[in-house]
Design a protein around this ligand. Structure first.
Ligand SMILES: *Cc1c(COP(=O)(O)O)cnc(C)c1O
Length: 393
């Protein structure tokens, strides 16, 4: 049968019918262990009862009015997000790309208010910021940009995890108004920068009056063992974009701002029909409350450590395993050989994983994964990696 869906995705040959926690069942009722969470979205696992309940209750009351009117649950979510992040205010939207669009527009307007006609933003090699025209222009991946020229101007690209390159770019270009960076690059290969990388970028931004803008779309909402990854560094950015796990599967994005950056986008300068609608906000509120109630953020650190300890014990003598790295439950296992095929062989063993940057196995397990599931993940993926590397030249 031909599909009538535009072929923008290379899909795996499986269709899921339902889920519970870290388990998924396909249409033939086969069970799979989910170590990807729909790419860092279902951090609370599938069919979480608190999110289910919140959506049911809200949909019986009100799905949508408009941002022309007050929205109580949006106010409550903004209160909670600013309290947990240390930021001052929030613009709500529907996806990660839209959250970054808001950051980019905010930075440009900040520049114009300083009298800079052609404001530019420093972005990184191997970054990923989304698929809209502005965010794919910011993205440091030629494949994402291929075929969509002319790209947006106003982005200056430097190497990731290279503070000197950021400093040089600032000194060479008077139009720089902001730095946009992921605390850990997800799509780029689970690239974890030096521990003081964000602190040094913060210092440069302060020194040159630039906005420090973090893309926490993948690293946020407890994934790395803090609510937001920058909280490992005891700093605050000026702008921070969230999406993915914020609604545990209900689409919602957010652009958080602080200090002078919180005053840039004013009435009429930005907007969204669906952004911050009651249904999405109730799901996000329930998600944040469950994270706290179940102590999942702290547990993410412990579970991530346990998972990587397990992989290290199994794979430390495997000469094709270059690196096992993680922060909380954002995990990369880098091989010295392209390994995209592992995704399919894992699926055949009923395990969901991902490979990024050709050679890095990426795991983003739901934060609710239990000890037995963790053991199963470590055992079955280690076996797969041993089998795969065993037949390499
Ligand atoms: C997924 C992702 C995005 C894009 O989010 P969408 O919701 O797909 O638009 C942007 N930045 C990062 C770091 C991401 O992981």
């Amino acid at each position: 049968m031909t599909s009538h869906i535009m072929p923008t995705y290379g899909r795996l040959p499986v269709t899921f019918a339902r889920g519970e926690g870290a388990w998924l069942w396909d249409e033939n009722n086969n069970r799979y262990l989910d170590a990807l969470s729909g790419i860092a979205v279902c951090n609370l696992g599938h069919a979480h009862p608190a999110v289910h309940k919140a959506i049911c209750e809200q949909s019986g009351k009100l799905l949508h009015t408009s941002n022309l009117y007050g929205i109580a649950v949006q106010e409550r979510l903004a209160d909670k997000l600013t309290e947990k992040s240390g930021m001052d205010n929030v613009f709500f939207c529907n996806s990660g790309a839209e959250a970054n669009e808001a950051s980019i527009k905010l930075a440009r307007k900040y520049g114009h208010e300083l009298g800079i006609d052609k404001p530019a933003i420093i972005v990184m090699e191997k970054s990923f910021h989304g698929r809209t025209l502005a965010t794919l222009s910011a993205t440091g991946n030629a494949k994402v940009q291929q075929g969509f020229a002319p790209l947006l101007e106003g982005f200056v690209r430097v190497l990731y995890n290279d503070v000197d390159a950021v400093q040089q770019a600032i000194e060479q270009d008077k139009n720089i108004v902001a730095v946009l960076v992921e605390p850990i690059q997800g799509e780029g290969g689970v690239n974890i920068p030096a521990p003081d990388y964000l602190n040094r970028i913060r210092a440069l931004c302060d020194q040159h009056k630039l906005l420090m803008m973090l893309d926490e779309i993948q690293t946020g909402i407890g994934r790395t063992g803090k609510f937001l990854c920058f909280q490992h560094n005891n700093i605050l950015p000026d702008v921070c974009s969230l999406a993915k796990a914020l609604g545990n599967g209900v689409p919602i994005g957010a652009c958080l701002a602080r200090g002078k950056a919180a005053e840039i986008l004013t009435a009429g300068s930005h907007g969204s029909t669906f952004g911050g609608n009651p249904l999405a906000c109730s799901a996000a509120l329930a998600t944040l409350e469950a994270l706290d109630q179940e102590n999942l953020i702290e547990l993410a650190e412990q579970k991530g450590n346990a998972i990587c300890k397990g992989f290290t014990a199994h794979l430390q003598d495997n000469k094709h395993v270059v690196d096992i790295r993680h922060k909380g439950m954002m995990i990369g296992i880098e091989l010295d050989y392209p390994c995209a095929d592992l995704v399919k062989s894992a699926l055949e063993r009923h395990l969901l994983i991902n490979v990024t940057n050709e050679k890095t196995i990426r795991l983003l397990p739901p934060l609710i994964m239990d000890e037995q599931q963790i053991n199963q993940l470590v055992e079955s993926l280690s076996t797969l990696i041993e089998e795969y590397t065993g037949q390499l030249p």
